[in-house]
Ligand binder design. Structure first.
Ligand SMILES: NC(=O)c1ccc[n+]([C@@H]2O[C@H](COP(=O)([O-])OP(=O)(O)OC[C@H]3O[C@@H](n4cnc5c(N)ncnc54)[C@H](OP(=O)(O)O)[C@@H]3O)[C@@H](O)[C@H]2O)c1
Length: 277
C-alpha cells in the first residue's frame, strides 16, 4: 500500500505516521515540502508517487484566527482540499480527508449523523464545509472523516494547553455550555488505518469521535484531576461573550455501523499524560 500524507507534522499527521503498518510505503509531506494550496506541486507529487491513498491531515485549524484570516482559511481548507481531490481523481487514488463537527450548528439535541445537514456558525466551519463539498465533487472516491476535540501528546491541543496553564498557576476560563466528544488522536489515527485496510470501498462521510459527551469545563476538570493538579484554577464561563460562535451541542455519531474502536476518555487522558511524562 502506498500512502501520501499531507500535513504530516501536525497533531493528527504525526500520530498517523506512528501507527501506519511498517510494510506500507509512505511519503509524508508537510507545508514546506508540499503546500496544498499550489495545484501544480500537488499534481506533480501525486503523479510521481502514484499513491493508492492520499490522506489529507493538512488544514487551517485556528478557529479564532480564521475569523479575520478568511482568505487563508479558505485557501487551505477549501482550495487546498480541491487541489488534492483533483490530483487524486486524475491518478486514481482514494482520498481520506479530515473534517469537523464545526460544520454543524449544534442546535440539535441528539447526536449528529452523517445525513444531518451542515450549517456552520463560523469561518473555520464554513471553510471546512466547502472543502468537504469540493473533495466529494472532484473525487467521488473520497471518504470524509468528521471528528472533534482531538487531543494527545503531540501538537497543540486542549489537554496540552490546560496542563500548561495549570503548571503556570494561571486562571483557566472554560465554557460549560458547549458539549463535545473529545477524541484521542491515536484512536483516530488507528481508525484511519482500519478504514484504509478493512473498508476500501467506503466513501462519502464517516463520523468518528471519542464516545463520551462532556462540556469543555468537565473535560478540563477531568484532565487536571487525573494529572493531580489544582482544579480550583478552572472557572466555568458561558459562551455568550466568546469571540467566535461555536456549536453548543456537537456530538457526532455514525449510522455507518463500522467496527471502530475508541477507548474511554479517562484512559485516553491517562495515556496522554503518560506519553507526555
Ligand atoms: N484538532 C482537532 O480537534 C480537529 C477536530 C476536527 C477536525 N480536525 C481536522 O483535522 C485536520 C488535522 O488537524 P490537526 O489537529 O492535526 O491540526 P494541526 O496540528 O494544526 O496540523 C495541521 C497541519 O496542516 C499543515 N498545513 C497548514 N497549511 C498547509 C498548507 N498550505 N499545505 C500543507 N500543509 C499545511 C500545518 O503545517 P505546518 O505545521 O508546517 O504549518 C500543520 O502541520 C485538520 O483538517 C482539521 O480541520 C481537527
Amino acid at each position: 500500500m502506498r500512502i501520501l500524507i499531507t500535513g504530516s507534522r501536525g497533531q493528527i499527521g504525526q500520530c498517523l505516521r506512528k501507527v501506519l503498518p511498517e510494510d506500507w510505503e509512505l511519503i509524508a509531506t508537510d507545508s514546506k515540502t508540499l503546500n496544498i494550496t499550489q495545484f501544480e506541486n500537488v499534481e506533480n507529487m501525486v503523479s510521481v508517487f502514484q499513491p493508492d491513498v492520499l490522506v489529507n491531515t493538512a488544514g487551517y485549524t485556528d478557529v479564532v484566527a480564521a475569523e479575520t484570516d478568511i482568505e487563508r482559511a479558505f485557501a487551505i481548507n477549501a482550495q487546498g482540499t480541491l487541489n488534492l481531490a483533483r490530483a487524486a481523481k486524475k491518478h486514481g487514488a482514494r482520498m481520506l480527508h479530515l473534517s469537523t463537527d464545526y460544520v454543524f450548528d449544534g442546535k440539535k439535541t441528539t447526536p449528529y449523523t452523517e445525513s444531518d445537514i451542515p450549517n456552520p456558525l463560523n469561518i473555520y466551519g464554513q471553510s471546512k464545509l466547502i472543502g468537504e463539498l469540493m473533495a466529494l465533487s472532484f473525487n467521488p472516491n473520497t471518504l470524509i472523516i468528521r471528528t472533534s476535540g482531538v487531543f494527545g501528546d503531540r501538537g497543540n491541543n486542549f489537554v496540552r494547553s490546560i496542563l500548561q496553564k495549570a503548571h503556570n498557576q494561571e486562571k483557566i476560563r472554560v465554557v460549560n455550555d458547549q458539549i463535545c466528544c473529545p477524541t484521542y488522536a491515536f484512536d483516530l489515527a488507528a481508525t484511519m488505518v482500519t478504514i484504509i485496510k478493512d473498508y476500501p470501498e467506503l466513501h462519502g462521510f464517516q463520523h468518528f469521535t471519542g464516545n463520551e459527551a462532556v462540556s469543555w469545563y468537565d473535560f478540563a476538570h477531568k484532565i487536571l484531576t487525573l494529572a493531580k493538579l489544582d482544579t480550583s484554577l478552572i472557572e466555568a464561563v458561558n459562551s455568550d461573550n466568546m469571540q467566535v460562535s461555536r456549536p453548543s451541542y456537537s456530538v457526532l455519531t455514525s449510522e455507518n455501523k463500522l467496527e471502530l474502536y475508541a477507548r474511554n476518555m479517562e484512559s485516553a487522558i491517562i495515556s496522554t499524560l503518560e506519553e507526555m511524562a
